[in-house]
Design a protein around this ligand. Sequence first.
Ligand SMILES: [Zn+2]
Length: 483
Amino acid sequence: MGKFFVTTPIYYINDKPHIGHAYATIAADVLARYRRQQGDSVLFTTGTDENSQKTVQAAEALGQPLDQYTNAMAQQWQKTWNDLGISYTKFIRTTDADHHKAVLNFIKRVDVAGDVYKDNYEGLYCVGHESFMREDELVDGKCPDHNKAPEKVKEENYFFRLSKYQDKLLSHIEAHPEFIQPETRRNEVVAFIKRGLQDFSISRSKKHWGIGWPGDKDQVVYVWFDALVNYLTASGFPDDGYKEWWPADLHVVGKDITKFHCIYWPAMLMSANIELPARIFGHGFFTVDGQKISKSLGNAVDPRELVGIYGIDALRYYLLREIPFGADGEFTRERFETIYNTDLANELGNLVQRVAVMVTKYFGGQVGEVPPHSHDVKAYKDAMDVYRFDKALEEVWYLVKGLNQYIEEEKPWALAKTDTEQLAYVLRQAVSDLDQISMLLLPFLPTTAGKISATFADGKVHPEVGILFPKTDTIEKTEFKVK
Ligand SMILES: [Zn+2]
């Protein structure tokens, strides 16, 4: 038995959650559930990044006081994860008092290491990114991701000596090839570091919103420097007990924020003399109907709406089976429905139903003694160890398809007339296989796995559990609302 500490990014609250946020959070949830199933204690954290200029702008646009806005949004994010059945164990808000304490302590450590100095800064700042940008990153003078001209900023700020950690970072990455995953992300990060690291500003002038800089009334902590520390706060830092959980075993992040997580964050930890996380995984993005998800395009699918129609497990299955974790993928309604009908309703749902109906018909619903699980799961475990959720599910589906085939070949309906001993053997084998399938599905499709177990609980069939995945033509359909 070990411990497993997994984190999602903390999300900006200038908008509500969309399916892209759900993707990262669901992936972390699968790992949390998997490790619990293995007997590990799990700390699984998610939360909201609130000390951002974007929060201020969003509140102003609605004419709401800042605290009213942040409380309402943090609640909405937390409720979304609850509605999606995410099994997080701690929800962090960067406006929480314990987080402020952690940030101030962290700055003290970095300062003691001699890595903080004051300097003048002049540059271009994109509020959308909450980051300074180089001229050569702009297109027609605008940030290409946010389609907005960055602000010209000239202020006196505190700086962090990132440049000092360039070589140390490179040797850490070299010595720990598993540190940054997948490999494409690691290569990008290494190339970025080799171009040369520059110190970066870790405070902003007081006119911005944020955690006050210790001992300087005119500055607040730069939002990323504050946000990254959330992972330490979650483990209880700076109180002594934090090492029970720290270092984090895995940070799940989007590929757009790998620079912050794979360069800034490890360097900050080195400076503060704190152990580095074991792994950082930068997942890919997916498009909706061929287009990037964006607020301005209005194609941000609300995950709660999908879940309201098809159930949580259908969404989880689609995202994890269709898109190899780490690569880019696509979401389309047609593909979602196809997969729902073929894989979930037909291959899995019907299978469970068929076995339950036959046990009821031929044995009065009494399952009898079920043989132990008989399928080798090494390939599944290997896939889980490297976060290839698509491969792990593919392995489960070999069993699902194999059992469908077994039933077709054995023809229990014919055996019922000729060989009841063989009939009992076949059906008990089928129930054993379904039990093994439900165990393997548990991290991915927790509701479904629970229903499969409940259908055959205590040696008899429970028809009251009902059908697993009703066909989409029987689901009362509402249009996918695009917001
Ligand atoms: Zn931008």
